[in-house]
Design a binder for this molecule. Structure first.
Ligand code: GSH
Length: 250
């Protein structure tokens, strides 16, 4: 039997839902240790990692990147639930697309979504408090301006950064839509892979899928973010991302 795993997260983070999805799909049971941003450094350090979440501690290993977690989960997944094709050329294509999406899509959707969310202090506090320990939730009432300031600086959430992210998001979505234009059901090959999972998870801040592993109620989102989500959802890439969640997340 596979041992229970421990996953350190910022619960609403899309890289964390990428990891949860891979673990759920592989049937690996885990405890989740959620933290608010910035406070997460303590949990990450305690787990033996350096800086970012998700961090998975399992079978004596500490995995510090969502892609490493997907690959680890895959080694324990039953054949019909594997995320990486056995065929080397297809596997290489999946891995290249996953890396590109990790590096470009994840930061872009995060920056755009945060730029809207941080504009409303109370809503932003409620979001970062959800799933965090009581003492972090309590401290956030007074430290939120500092935490949000660090996030703005660290993630370059400013007008120029948001504009760059919109441009890079448009490019990525055009690339994905070019792949989907021939009517294929998945980004690579004829089965659900890590490329589909990564695209859907990292698009989630701007598609708000109902099956996301953290509540993202669209009716509570700031109107400007809601408008962007609705526009994204209407595009072929948005329809695809929502379908991946609907058909493969649970
Ligand atoms: N390449 C990493 C990126 C993860 C990532 O950017 N995590 C963010 C949360 S969405 C984080 O922990 N940021 C904290 C920091 O950069 O200090 C992965 O795929 O796991």
């Amino acid at each position: 039997m596979v041992a229970r795993a421990h996953l350190v997260t910022i619960p609403f983070s899309h890289y964390c839902d990428k990891a949860r999805w891979a673990l759920d799909r592989a049937g690996i049971a885990y405890d989740e240790e959620g933290h608010a941003p910035v406070f997460h450094y303590l949990g990450v350090r305690r787990a033996g990692a350096r800086r970012t979440v998700p961090v998975l501690v399992h079978e004596g290993r500490v995995l510090t990147d969502s892609t490493d977690i997907c690959k680890h989960a895959d080694t324990l997944a039953p054949a019909e639930r594997k995320l990486y094709p056995a065929e080397p050329a297809l596997r290489a294509e999946v891995e290249a697309l996953e890396d590109e999406l990790d590096e470009r899509l994840g930061p872009a959707t995060r920056r755009i979504a945060y730029s809207h969310i941080l504009a409303n202090r109370a809503e932003a506090v409620a979001l970062v408090q959800t799933g965090a320990p009581a003492w972090e939730r309590w401290l956030l009432w007074t430290t939120a301006p500092l935490v949000f300031g660090l996030l703005r600086r660290g993630l370059k959430i400013n007008a120029a950064g948001v504009e760059r992210s919109h441009a890079s998001l448009d490019q990525i979505l055009a690339q994905v839509e070019a792949r989907l234009a021939d009517g294929r059901r998945f980004l690579v090959g004829d089965r659900f892979t890590a490329a589909d999972l990564t695209f859907a998870a990292l698009a989630a801040p701007m598609t708000a899928p109902p099956e996301y592993g953290f509540p993202l109620p669209l009716d509570r989102a700031p109107p400007a973010l809601r408008a962007e989500v609705e526009a994204f959802r209407a595009r072929p890439a948005g329809v695809f991302a929502l379908r991946m969640y609907r058909e493969h997340r649970r």
